[in-house]
Design a protein around this ligand. Structure first.
Ligand code: NAD
Length: 498
């Protein structure tokens, strides 16, 4: 039975998909609850399919199958593991268009944004596929006839729990590195967008990954908690909201698991008067409204220093020209639309000026969860729109008199995923690198997401746990270092101190 429609609509037309099942030991299976959850297409606001709901028993089955498969995989040379990743990359390229539409259908992104999700996912696969080519020199002759070396051992069965906003990329932040390290990987997709993971499971099977190494368990809180509590799972990577990240980090760590939990964001973008008008306004608008603002690296708060009115005007002009439905998709759900519009109205009530108002916007002839791009000026840092994550197409502008005040404001932020500055002065840029307290800093870049092999992760309440989730850090998170000291000395009295 095909998993997805044989000819997926290569357009924004409403497309129905077959039901999403779990992927356990190489087969698609229904969860044990017998219940199904509708999966909505946010552009049309109606169900495009449904997803099986699983219980803790399904997590047990996934871990059991994963454990068995991992034994041989853990002993498989890395170069052989890499062949699967190389094949996966080719298959993702072959099916890039289909995957991009799929992401667009389940998440509401524009096709170009769906393609961005897929392309960045491919980059993560490429990094993992190269790991065996990048031996990091963990070897030293420490004494006469004695050498020490470092190997990276698998942890066993590891897991990833992911959010709705990047259905393909975020699972690929974790799974390829975890598999390359010799682990089996259990994925809990977002129940809002489970199709991307189902397609990845099919592609990994086609790429030759042995059954049991990539297990997908679909569900909600019960499944997440069963994963975090499971004694057979050694490490969990979580990406989602801070509220959940914080709870799961503590819960998993209490079981002795290795936990890395990435959370929410409120990314401050400082604009100073010498900033280039075109570059600044175009980059900030792309960053704030791309993916309808539903990116943990979106510019959500502009900190306008001194007189930058021409840049604010240029941004507002660009925002007014964005075409809803073409340049920008819907938000994920009706609940998200309500939450976002409540932030706009709340800020207005507290004295913010609504420069561009996205409330009540719609795309004619379409249902869907639309919020138009919105700009709020004269927001203050204590307003909810000034300090909380809105996660929608709303840019708040806070006015400050000096660069020092801008740094101080950013440094007080509860979240600290990304931060950026727009300037043409090197000394100001350098000061920003030193003073901004965020995991990922941009200079004249609206979305400073590090490209592989640099790793992704924030500071403060945007991340719980040590290290980052992609790149080298991701590989280290899903492996454990073993130090080997060997003596092959001709002299019998050679010691490790000789
Ligand atoms: P979410 O926290 O609601 O859900 C994430 C995952 O946790 C899902 O798989 C969901 O099923 C599960 N979950 C939800 N509530 C739970 C609960 N009470 N107990 C256990 N599990 C639960 O996040 P979301 O709405 O899907 O995604 C948006 C959030 O993710 C935003 O805050 C965004 O900033 C964040 N995000 C962060 C990063 C990052 O790298 N820091 C990347 C992408 C998204």
């Amino acid at each position: 039975m095909p998993l997805l429609p044989a000819f997926p609509a290569r357009s924004y037309a409403f497309t129905e998909y077959l039901p999403v099942k779990n992927f356990l030991s190489g087969e698609f299976k229904e969860g044990s609850t017998g219940q199904w959850l509708p999966v909505e297409n946010p552009r049309h606001g109606k169900p495009m399919g449904q997803m099986t709901l699983s219980s803790a028993a399904d997590v047990d089955a996934a871990v059991e199958g994963a454990k068995k498969a991992q034994v041989a995989w853990g002993r498989t040379p890395m170069r052989e593991r890499a062949q699967v990743m190389l094949k996966l990359k080719m298959l993702m390229e072959r099916d890039n268009e289909e995957l991009s539409w799929l992401v667009s259908h389940e998440n509401g992104k524009t096709f170009a944004e769906g393609k961005g999700d897929v392309d960045k996912g491919i980059e993560c696969v490429e990094f993992a596929a190269s790991l065996h080519m990048m031996a990091d020199g963990g070897q030293l002759d420490v004494s006469r006839g004695v050498n020490c070396r470092l190997t990276h051992e698998p942890l066993g069965v590891v897991a990833g729990i992911v959010p709705f906003n990047f259905p393909v990329m975020v699972p690929l932040w974790m799974a390829p590195n975890a598999l390359m390290a010799g682990n089996a990987f259990v994925l809990k997709p977002s129940e809002i967008v489970p199709y991307g993971a189902m397609k990845l499971a099919a592609l990994l099977k086609e790429a030759g990954l042995p059954d049991g190494l990539f297990q997908v368990v679909n569900g909600q809180r019960e499944v997440v908690e069963a994963i975090v509590d499971h004694p057979g799972i050694a490490a969990v990577g979580f990406v989602g909201s801070t509220k959940v990240a914080k709870i799961l980090y503590a819960r998993g760590a209490a079981t002795g698991k290795r936990m890395l939990c990435l959370g929410s964001a409120k990314n401050h973008v400082i604009v100073v008067p010498d900033a280039d008008l075109e570059l600044t306004s175009s980059n900030i608008v792309a960053s704030s409204y791309g993916c309808a603002g539903q990116r943990c690296m979106a510019s959500s708060l502009v900190v306008a220093v001194g007189d930058v009115q021409p840049i604010v005007d240029a941004m507002a002009d660009r925002v007014r020209k964005l075409k809803l439905g073409e340049d920008m998709g819907p938000v994920i759900s009706a609940a998200a639309r309500e939450r976002i519009t409540a932030y706009i109205s709340g800020a207005e009530k507290l004295g913010a000026k609504v420069l561009v108002d996205g409330r009540g916007a719609a795309v004619p002839g379409n249902g869907g969860h639309w919020v138009g791009p919105t700009v709020l000026d004269h927001v203050t840092p204590d307003m909810p729109a000034g300090c909380e994550e809105i996660f929608g197409p709303v840019l708040s502008i806070v006015r400050v008199p000096t660069l020092e005040a801008a740094f101080a404001l950013q440094n007080r932020s509860y979240y600290a995923n990304g931060a950026a500055i727009f300037t043409t002065r090197g000394a100001v840029a350098r000061a920003a690198v030193e003073r901004l307290e965020a995991g990922m800093v941009g200079i004249n870049v609206g979305v400073p997401v590090p490209r592989e092999p640099f790793s992704f992760g924030g500071f403060n309440n945007s991340k719980f746990g040590h290290g980052d989730i992609t790149g080298w850090d991701g590989f280290r998170f899903f492996s454990r270092p073993k130090k080997v000291t060997e003596k092959w000395a001709a002299a019998s009295d050679a010691s490790w101190m000789s």
